[in-house]
Design a protein around this ligand. Sequence first.
Ligand code: MG
Length: 397
Amino acid sequence: MKAISLLGSTGSIGTQTLDIVAQSPDRFRIVGMAAGRNVDLFAQQIRQFRPQIVAICDESKLSDLRSAIADLDPQPIILAGESGVVEVAKYGDAEAVVTGIVGCAGLLPTIAAIQAGKDIALANKETLIAGGPVVLPLVQKHNVKLFPADSEHSAIFQCLQGVPVGGLRKIILTASGGSFRDWDVEQLANVTVADALKHPNWSMGRKITVDSATLMNKGLEVIEAHYLFGVGYDDIEIVIHPQSIIHSLIELQDTSVLAQLGWADMRLPLLYALSYPDRIPTAWERLDLVKAGSLTFRAPDHQKYPCMRLAYAAGRAGGCLPAVLNAANEQAVALFLEEKIRFLDIPRLIEDTCDRYPSNRQTPSLEDIIAADQWARQDVLTASQTLSQREYFLAKP
Ligand code: MG
């Protein structure tokens, strides 16, 4: 029986993780859970999984949560705020922590879990992208494991089982192409939030669905792969694979290529991150190659999707630059979702902010990374305001 804690339980990753736990109650039990602000769903989950400790990140929802589960006996420890989420991350006898919090907010709880000696099922790529220079030495120091729960990195991790040290030559990340893969670059100027949120293959949260539409998601995954597998940026490639059946590939020194295949279902990488090295039987739909039909591939269009180039550049610069890129992207995507900027403003804002970042340190501290993250958010906000003023001026001469 594996004891796990779950950060971000009401989100897309969280609910799918609980689906796995509910299907295998003899293998997994939940020690702690943290959620953002969805009290109704969170209370229902607490009732079903009976964790020992819970935290709601939005402190204004604490009293609602208390009354929603007042009849539970015994009562879990109930906390609130970011510090409450950190407490859940490091609490008790959980062996592994699933990090399903969106964005850089997952960084501090993940670090707390590592310091408490817990393995990490990494479903929050921003943690590693922004915090890589700090997180990786901690993983070594505390001798914990970082299991990728991102479908591409899980695929690479699965393919690597049995590959000897030095055997890996290249990583090939597959990308669905996102919501606009069949649109012309000219059409992208006027896309709406609703258009961007229609992902062709995967059911995911809003932020990552927009990241898939800009292909920043794939750019971020390049940096994630670099940190997870220690492969240089020249040896990480992206290929567009519209069917999302092959979740990624590795090329070995002798040119042999290995791939992992499956339907587009996040539960599989999540399950493997929790069950490794075991393979747990499931009743999920088997992959039917005949039903899948053809698997096709094409080169990524860097003109249409500048975010990939920005991510490679930030990754190669290293230090705080990936944190700046990630924070600028989070802020720009938030502004797009609030309909304050246009779709094509997202890469423009990110590029300008990365260019303006004044002082990159190669071996930053956690404080340096947090400062870089906050600087980048503010920089994008400021830049977006002049952007909208300029637009207003143009629209009303
Ligand atoms: Mg992915």
